[in-house]
Design a protein around this ligand. Structure first.
Ligand code: 13P
Length: 249
């Protein structure tokens, strides 16, 4: 089954390092049956355009402003990244929700801005360990979806991928079981059915992120209810990332 494999570089690598990475990836990714997307820092997008245009690899950013333009020092807009050939943007990553205090209202506006500019959105949702321990994980994520997708039309969901990233598993993958992921995927589908329709819940793409490495990727990506993976640390090594991205699932 064709999967979506998304690399989130977070704040790692320089543009020069990324150039070498992208050249290797573009060559190695040839013939892959999967959809491969790399999301480096903004400063690397010019390099991505130069090296990855016309290759099998698509690229995107890790964030955008909710505004189209204006007096917003330090911000980057959707049309700026689109102009550099970005196809995707990650929105609502837990690091932005927690460290940069992004709330669901802001995330909702960012999604609308991304979609209005023709970008595909990787919307991250996921609970903390505290929420999981309180047995509130499913309710918490359903509420995130409810708030984040407010006002998004059913036909726009074609451009939205939901990434389930349990916060406690990011960087480690510790103790996440296939059953945990399956239960959350079912809850996400239920919420999409509730918010939209049965058809929408069947069509929605759901990927998993949090500690996907060379050790466990086969197990994660062979789960038939998952459409792919969002990979942090392991994507930084181009050889490791290509192994994951090229596999037939
Ligand atoms: P790791 O793969 O390093 O756990 O990171 C996951 C993540 O946050 C991707 O967005």
């Amino acid at each position: 089954m064709k999967k979506l494999i998304v690399a989130n570089f977070k704040m790692n690598t320089t543009p020069s390092e990324f150039k070498a990475y992208a050249m290797t990836l573009a060559t190695k990714a040839k013939g892959s049956k999967n959809n491969i997307v790399v999301c480096p820092p903004y400063t690397h997008l010019c390099v991505a355009k130069e090296i990855l245009s016309g290759s099998k690899v698509e690229y995107g950013a890790q964030n955008i402003s909710d505004e189209e333009n204006g007096a917003l020092t330090g911000e980057i807009s959707a049309n700026m990244i689109k102009d550099l050939g970005a196809e995707y943007v990650i929105i609502g990553h837990s690091e932005r929700r927690t460290k940069f205090k992004e709330n669901d209202k802001l995330i909702n506006r960012k999604i609308k801005t991304a979609l209005a500019n023709g970008l595909k959105v990787v919307l991250c949702v996921g609970e903390s360990m505290q929420t999981r321990a309180a047995k509130q994980a499913l309710t918490f994520v359903r509420k995130q979806l409810d708030d984040d997708l407010k006002g998004i039309y059913e036909n726009e969901l074609e451009s939205v991928v939901i990434a389930y990233e349990p916060i406690w598993a990011i960087g480690s993958g510790k103790n996440v079981t296939s059953k945990d992921i399956q239960k959350m995927v079912e809850a996400i589908k239920k919420e999409i059915e509730y918010l939209y329709s049965d058809k929408a819940s069947k069509k929605i793409s759901i990927i998993y992120g949090g500690g996907v490495t060379l050790i466990n990727y086969k197990k994660v990506l062979s789960l038939e209810f998952l459409n792919g993976a969002l990979i942090g640390g392991t994507c930084l090594d181009v050889d490791d990332f290509t192994v994951i991205a090229k596999e037939n699932y």
